[in-house]
Design a protein around this ligand. Sequence first.
Ligand code: SF4
Ligand code: SF4
Length: 227
Amino acid sequence: MLLSEFKPMEEILDFLKNDNKVFLLGCKGCAESSGTGGMADVKEMKVKLEAEGKEVTGFTTVDFLCQKTLIKSRLAPLTDQVMAADSVLVASCGIGVQASASSINKYCRPLCNTISLGDQRGKWVSFERCRECGDCVLDYTGGICPITKCSKSLLNGACGGASKGKCEVTPEMDCGWELIYKRLKELNQLDKLKVYIPPKDYAKFHVPSKLINSTLYDIEFTEEGGA
Ligand code: SF4
Ligand code: SF4
């Protein structure tokens, strides 16, 4: 399970300064349990965005946003609503945003930060990974995580060492920053590369004390063979 919490509204509105129309996508898996991605949460966000003058072209939830087949099948009947939007706002953990961004031909923006649960998580067989950094930057990188897709976790890449699209540190891996460049180019968002992403607050990678003291953390830690 990955825990998520909504980003501050000011940050969300800052992402949306050039977007008037949005489509809202929630996750009924971990995010609903976190109070971020269920239908009630999505509808609440819709009201907030409309109060700020944004038009919501449509909204829905998917059982597990980490499942790309589910995303595609659920959104297929809603294609017109998705394509009428300037961007898709995704209420889920970082994996759900990455999976959505790779499945939808529209810019996907994170509504949430993924909070560390101490490296405890479910099994996930696809290629997206989230380090639960507590301050998601996927809005700047076309929905590709620079923390997990770049061997040096560079926030402002590329390092210049890639060869034929492969990472200089891990040659069997594609260079994450080349993937980011290609995704931004495809979506006509190369200006994002001009935005400087400041250093991370690494305190946010740690498990919040409020979670360590919770039953949830105890269950996750025990299930994964911990204490
Ligand atoms: S930037 Fe990457 S590690 Fe941080 S929350 Fe987003 S997906 Fe997860
Ligand atoms: S080659 Fe690409 S993925 Fe590898 S460390 Fe450099 S920027 Fe990161």
